[in-house]
Structure formats: C-alpha cells, structure tokens
Ligand binder design. Structure first.
Ligand code: C2E
Ligand code: MG
Ligand code: MG
Ligand code: MG
Length: 292
C-alpha cells in the first residue's frame, strides 16, 4: 500500500517536473527570438514629483508579447533571460529604446522629463555596459540626469569593488543611480554611503502592508526617508495604490511617488498622451507647500 502510493507520488512528481522543464524550455526557445521578431516593447509608468505635482520621469518596464505563448509578464521571463544571458542583448535594447523614446518626448517639448531603466546583475558584469549606455546617450543627445538606472540592493552588494568602479564611471557619464526595492535586500549601511547613488526607492511591500495603520511598516518607511535625507539622497515610493497611501507618503517626505493610484504602466503613445494632458496631480503641490 505505502509502497505503491510512494511510487504514484514519485511518478506524479516526475511528470510535474517534466512539464515544468518543458514549459521553461519553450519559454527560453521563444525568448531567443523575441528581439529579432520585434516582440518586445516598453511600457512607461509616471513618477510624480511631489513638489510640482507633475511627471518627473517614467520608469520603463519591459513587455513581451510572444506570437507563440501570448503576453508574458517580466516576473516570468526576466529570470529566464537572466539564466540564459539573454538579458544582456535584451537589456541593451531596453536602454536604447528608452533613450530613443525619451528624446522624442523631449523634442516634443517635455524638456525636463527623465527616464529610468531596470538593470540585472548580469548586465552590471557585462564589460560593454558602459559603452552601450554612453553610445545610446550620445546618439540621442541626452544630457546628464536624463537617464537613471534602477538596481536592487542585493545586486549592488553582490560584488562591491567592481560595482563601485562601474557606478563611478556611470556617474561620470551623468547617469543617475537608484536602489530599487529598497528595504528587501541586505544593504550594509556602510557600503550605502560609499556607492555613488542618487536615490532610494522604497519597496512596494512596505507601502502595501499595513502602513496606513501606523505601526511597523510606517516606522520603516519613515526610517528609510530619514536615512535618505541624511545621506542627501532623493526618496521615491513605488506601488502607491490609494489616495490614503499617497497622502501618508507625501506627508512623510517622499520626493516622488509612483503607482496605480496615479497611472498604470502604459504603451508609449498613451504615455505621450499623459504628458500632453500635463495633468497636475491634484493636491500634490499644495500639500508640499503647506508642509514646507
Ligand atoms: P520593479 O522595477 O520593482 O517595477 C515595479 C513593478 O511594480 C512593475 O511590475 C510595475 O508594473 C508594478 N507596479 C507599479 N505600480 C504598482 C502598484 O501600484 N501596485 C502594484 N501591485 N504593482 C505596481 P512589472 O512591470 O511586472 O515588472 C516586474 C519587475 O520586473 C520589475 O520590478 C523589475 O525588477 C523587472 N523588470 C521590468 N522591466 C525590466 C527590464 O527592462 N530589465 C530588467 N532587468 N528588469 C525588468
Ligand atoms: Mg524598478
Ligand atoms: Mg521596484
Ligand atoms: Mg519590485
């Protein structure tokens, strides 16, 4: 009895693993052709500057519509792109495409707009990253501060010395650096002060949790804001979904907010429309003035 059950569950386990492995292989096979087939695109999510109530920059977020597999989300295909090394050419495309799009918006009159792009660990280890970024900036005549890179803290802490050199060189190019999902990794505060970073981005988990009830999540948010302030860094919160969350974060001193409360990530044409409407986010500047 027990023996046959064991065998059955073993067989079940194996076929489940097989199914997952072949699904993974299919994803990988299709991803290898995604670039050349033009299946990748960028979506753009506004980051609202609390002082002016306007869009300070967009975060560029990768989208993949596979002809074979349908729409795939980053949480599913980015890990595969990282494991296979495909993230290097894909990431170079993301940088170039983000710069190209930003230059179009700037030429259309949104001259102060910036863009931020997410980077994976493997890209930071790629000897050509610096050259890729420099040539995209040059090609599209983008000045200092227009491009920002978002890197998670765990990635940053992986290899302190080489990253320190690379980030310093990027800084010299005028690229801004942001630590994404801040608070979820294991930053050494000691290294934090050594890296040439411009900004901390508070992870969504602190915003979503029970921040509004006060308690620990709010305490952590305030601590991160205090840390950023004393290091002279900008502080941004992601995943802001409600007016209540926005008000709390604004009052706590965040410089920029990003989340579904303002806008979802959208294709370039919708993002352009968003800019043309030039909506002042109601209350943002007033509250900032009242607080300041
Ligand atoms: P991330 O950089 O932390 O990006 C924020 C994610 O939160 C995005 O998911 C965004 O759509 C989502 N989001 C924004 N506002 C809200 C909100 O109010 N509520 C909720 N629930 N979610 C919100 P997305 O686009 O699926 O991307 C997931 C992750 O994939 C990103 O996390 C980033 O780590 C990675 N990723 C996306 N694009 C790229 C890329 O071009 N290169 C690399 N290396 N990674 C990327
Ligand atoms: Mg990000
Ligand atoms: Mg993030
Ligand atoms: Mg995240």
């Amino acid at each position: 009895q027990a023996k046959s059950e064991g065998r059955n569950s073993a067989r079940f386990f194996t076929s489940d693993m097989n199914a997952r492995a072949s699904e993974r292989l299919r994803l990988e096979t299709e991803l290898r052709h995604a670039l050349e087939r033009g299946e990748l695109s960028l979506h753009f999510q506004p980051r609202i500057d609390m002082a002016s109530g306007t869009t300070a920059r967009f975060e560029a977020l990768l989208r993949w519509r596979s002809a074979e597999l349908g729409e795939q989300l980053p949480d599913r295909f980015i890990p595969v792109a990282e494991e296979t090394g495909l993230i290097v050419p894909i990431g170079a495309w993301v940088i170039e495409e983000a710069c190209r799009q930003l230059a179009l918006w700037r030429a259309a009159g949104h001259t102060a707009l910036g863009i931020s792009v997410n980077l994976s660990a493997l890209q930071l280890r790629d000897a050509e990253l610096l050259g890729t970024i420099a040539s995209s900036l040059r090609r599209h005549q983008l000045g200092p501060g227009s491009l920002e890179l978002e890197v998670t803290e765990s990635v940053l802490m992986e290899q302190v010395e080489p990253h320190l050199r690379l980030l310093t060189a990027l800084r010299e190019l005028g690229v801004r650096l942001s630590i994404d999902d801040f608070g979820t990794g294991y930053s050494s505060l000691n290294y934090l002060s050594q890296f040439p970073i411009d900004e901390l981005k508070i992870d969504r988990s602190f915003v979503r949790g029970r921040m509004l009830e006060g308690g620990r999540d709010l305490a952590i948010v305030r601590a991160i804001i205090g840390l950023a302030r004393s290091l002279g860094l900008k502080v941004v919160a992601e995943g802001v979904e409600t007016a209540g969350e926005a008000a709390t974060l604004r009052t706590a001193g965040c410089d920029e907010l990003q989340g579904f409360h303002y806008a979802r990530p959208m294709p370039a044409d919708a993002a352009g429309q968003w800019l043309r409407e030039a909506r002042q986010v109601a209350g943002a500047s007033q509250v900032a003035q009242a607080a300041g």
